[in-house]
Design a protein around this ligand. Sequence first.
Ligand code: SF4
Length: 348
Amino acid sequence: MPIGGGAPVAVQTMTDTDTRDAAATLAQIRRAAEAGAEIVRVAVPDARAVAALKEIIPDSPVPLVADIHFDWRLAVKAAEAGAAGLRINPGNIGGPEKTRAVAEAAGRQGAVIRVGVNSGSLEKEVLARHGGQVTAEALAESALNQTRLIEETGFTALKVSLKGSDVLSTVAAVRLWSRLSDVPQHIGVTEAGDALEGAVKSAVGLGLLLAEGLGDTLRVSLTAPPEEEVRAAWAILRALGLRARGVEVISCPTCGRTEGPVAKLAEEARKRLADLTAPLKVAVMGCVVNGPGEARHAEAAVALGRGHGQVYISGRRVAAKVPYEKLIDLLEAEVRRGAWGIGARHDD
Ligand code: SF4
């Protein structure tokens, strides 16, 4: 998978299963990949997790990044197990010699290294030089020290991530890095929160950066399953017009004219069409007064009347007076008929 140098921004997530449980972790990786994850990171806290990696990697549908803290030997072993990438934290991997040893192992195995610099784990010396403050400059200095150290070994397949303690400090650090170095960046807002809070913070922070052309891979961190992170990441990319994938269900905000269960039908449409990968807009509108007009901006739409609804394909009405309980069946059938060459399922 190409990263940086003008390649499309890649969507990443992280598993929350116990990596030592290879079957559960692999199942979650598959679900994330089906939702559109292009890279998945897995925590590798001990030797048993490395052993599980050996089972997981051959069957993973996407490249895996091993997330290592504290023990550089685990990073070496994860590279030897075939991890496509290693994520290490300079603040806790154990000093320059250990970092060099990891770089040499990654070089031998053809793995990428991400240097992940977080506000909570900056090296003490760097922090001291910046008056004990986690500034954008401090984060960038830490990342520069580490990337130079690794590059001195001749290893260049590098990525960095700089994460401040809040949205704006992260944005400042990513902008600063882009002025200092060509090393590609993984961007994300760390410890973002539950599904709503986290998605909003990520949309603000990542949106600002992506709109400026910054960021080569991204993760939306949520206290929610990885699939939700992936959905949010794609929604951000789609909103910015950078990339599109799968069905985008838009629904009207509802008002005093609303005739039927807009939210329920919209959710039903999203679930039924979740396996489609080609970009497609589906609208669920609450009335036949304004609904049809607004639905013209979508490839497929339903507009609700009292107790029944209409189905539109490419702005043309193809069915009227369809009972609510049959509406999404019909919409799905029309969409899968392949009017846009999207009838094939993901795994066909
Ligand atoms: S589509 Fe109809 S129900 Fe929905 S917000 Fe507009 S006017 Fe109200």
